[in-house]
Design a protein around this ligand. Structure first.
Ligand SMILES: *[C@@H]1O[C@H](CO)[C@@H](O)[C@H](O)[C@H]1NC(C)=O
Ligand SMILES: *[C@@H]1O[C@H](CO)[C@@H](O)[C@H](O)[C@H]1NC(C)=O
Ligand SMILES: *[C@@H]1O[C@H](CO)[C@@H](O)[C@H](O)[C@H]1NC(C)=O
Ligand SMILES: *[C@@H]1O[C@H](CO)[C@@H](O)[C@H](O)[C@H]1NC(C)=O
Ligand SMILES: *[C@@H]1O[C@H](CO)[C@@H](O)[C@H](O)[C@H]1NC(C)=O
Ligand SMILES: *[C@@H]1O[C@H](CO)[C@@H](O)[C@H](O)[C@H]1NC(C)=O
Ligand SMILES: *[C@@H]1O[C@H](CO)[C@@H](O)[C@H](O)[C@H]1NC(C)=O
Ligand SMILES: *[C@@H]1O[C@H](CO)[C@@H](O)[C@H](O)[C@H]1NC(C)=O
Length: 467
């Protein structure tokens, strides 16, 4: 009874959002990630999964381990009439160990972090009053409770999750590439000591700060320290961590096992059984191993991106995950992201409720820039797939995918010198983002059109809606 009433109210609410804001969902193109037949029938991985290195001739291609981003060699410099005013970047962190929750109870493949690990120290005003402290995970202890819990990484000294040494190298290269474009090529990037002209933002998840550590060294090699602005989890719009019941309700409708979401899972139950036979994870798990392909995908892609083998059963080393099954799981993961954030009818609203607050901040950065009151020229957000996917969802990316490691969206604000009018260019994977909306490819879109689109798409009463 209560459910029915709630549902009715909820439906009315949705209808009113749609009316007031004119939010329109434009479905994505038919692609190998959105066509379930191709996802199920294919044999190949949907990109590179075994190395951060993409050959120059193929740069721009999907690489889960290290997604393409702006670089001097591919960057298209707009014609001279457009003057760059402001750049804001949002990216996913770089490659990492798996999350503890995505590890099997007992892991046969170790992760060695003896040369790496997160810093945990505090500074005060006097630099002579502190030293740096790095964490190393302690395992193999006599603590009897250690054996009761996963992850059972035998002999591993890593924190889960953490950016790996190779991930830090990728972040460094990413910073160098951004410097190559906005510094060397365009002479736009502020100098490292002009701290009022650039800013970095991170989330409470350590892997975003770890990414900034590498990236910052690439962008400003002369600096030893960076400030990462961070919002409290109670209202953080970047992770995003803020609470929103309506967002969560729509999210669970989208991933409802009895609706369309369940179809790809039911059609892959045999694959699931083969996977479970290796992982030892039960069919009736409650940790989300079987309600999507997310955890198996993360478990295997993290290994493959670090040159580790696919897992075998720790009971019977003759039973291993085959590459073809891993490839299918990678296709299914991309399908799931495409479905959740772009294909499902409510995906645009879901995206707007998820990253709307961050877009409102972004719009304010543009607005104050145009008004001449924003000293920042370059802002960079270090975030997650759960941030980048809804950014692309809100903009209605035409060829949706699961944003891989280091996946980057760049917002560039330009002014046309003759007319003093402002334009937006949005780059994804280093190139102008193709959307399914009437704005088309976001390449020098008049700012007012961009603003109108956001106004139509992001509910104006977000705080009330999220109660
Ligand atoms: C989208 O959300 C509305 C409101 O809850 C709901 O009535 C509708 O069934 C949802 N659509 C899908 C495909 O889940
Ligand atoms: C996928 O395979 C099934 C069963 O073999 C077949 O019926 C279907 O036509 C195939 N789809 C595509 C797109 O190849
Ligand atoms: C991945 O899954 C395998 C079993 O398939 C398990 O042994 C391992 O602990 C998991 N590893 C990670 C890093 O998630
Ligand atoms: C999932 O779908 C079923 C069948 O349409 C429906 O009864 C149930 O309420 C839905 N659950 C959620 C969380 O939307
Ligand atoms: C998938 O299978 C489960 C369990 O048999 C069932 O409850 C669910 O409705 C099915 N989903 C779809 C979309 O067929
Ligand atoms: C999983 O393992 C069981 C027990 O060894 C076996 O009977 C079953 O055929 C396996 N399933 C698959 C899909 O390989
Ligand atoms: C390994 O064997 C143990 C004990 O029989 C069992 O509980 C566990 O599920 C098995 N693991 C796998 C991956 O089959
Ligand atoms: C299923 O879940 C229950 C309760 O969490 C657990 O006791 C059981 O071991 C799980 N596995 C199977 C195969 O029932």
């Amino acid at each position: 009874m209560i459910d029915k009433i709630t549902l009715t109210l909820f439906t009315a609410l949705i209808a009113s959002i749609a009316q007031v804001n004119g939010l329109t969902h434009y479905p994505p193109s038919n692609t190998p990630n959105t066509d379930l037949n191709q996802v199920l029938n294919g044999t190949e991985a949907p990109g590179i999964y075994w190395s951060s290195n993409t050959p120059d001739s193929q740069y721009g291609q999907y690489n889960w381990c290290h997604m393409p981003h702006v670089r001097k060699s591919e960057y298209v410099v707009p014609s001279k009439e457009y003057e760059l005013q402001y750049v804001e970047v949002i990216q996913r962190h770089h490659k990492r160990t798996p999350y503890a929750s995505n590890t099997f109870f007992k892991e046969g493949i170790p992760w060695d972090c003896s040369q790496e690990g997160p810093y945990h120290h505090a500074k005060n005003a006097n630099p002579d009053h502190t030293s740096q402290v790095v964490w190393q995970r302690q395992t193999g202890s006599q603590n009897p409770f250690e054996k009761k819990v996963g992850p059972g990484f035998v002999g591993s000294t890593c924190e889960f999750p953490s950016i790996t040494s190779e991930g830090i190298d990728d972040a460094l290269a990413h910073g160098q590439d951004i410097r190559g474009v906005y510094g060397d090529l365009l002479g736009f990037l502020p100098h490292s000591n002009e701290k009022e002209k650039y800013s970095f933002r991170v989330t409470s998840n350590v892997i975003t700060s770890q990414t900034l550590g590498g990236f910052g060294k690439g962008l400003f090699p002369d600096l030893e320290e960076h400030t990462g602005w961070i919002q409290d989890d109670s209202y953080d719009s970047l992770k995003p961590a803020l609470a929103c019941k309506l967002r969560d309700t729509i999210g669970s409708q989208i991933a409802n096992l009895s609706s369309e979401w369940g179809t790809h899972l039911n059609l892959t139950s045999e694959l699931r059984e083969r996977f479970n036979n290796v992982s030892g994870i039960e069919f009736n798990d409650t940790a989300g191993w079987s309600t999507s392909w997310d955890h198996p995908y993360d478990n295997m892609s993290a290994k493959q991106c670090h040159g580790k083998p696919l897992p075998c059963s720790t009971n019977n080393t003759a039973i291993c995950i085959q590459q073809e099954d891993a490839n299918t799981i990678y296709r299914l993961g991309n399908y799931e992201y495409a479905y959740r954030w772009r294909m499902s009818e409510n995906s645009t609203l879901y995206s707007a409720l998820t990253m709307g607050p961050w877009f409102i901040e972004l719009q304010d950065h543009f607005k104050t820039k145009m008004e001449g009151t924003n000293p920042i020229k370059y802002a960079h957000n270090f975030a997650h797939d759960g941030s980048v996917a809804p950014v692309l969802g809100l903009l209605q990316h035409d060829e949706p995918l699961w944003p891989g490691m280091g996946s980057e969206v760049v917002f560039e604000l330009y002014k046309k010198s003759k007319t003093n009018e402002y334009y937006i260019r949005v780059l994804f994977s280093g190139q102008p983002l193709k959307t399914s909306t009437p704005l088309g490819t976001l390449n020098m879109v008049p700012y007012s059109d961009f603003e109108n689109y956001l106004k139509d798409t992001i509910p104006s009463n977000l705080v009330d809606l999220c109660k």
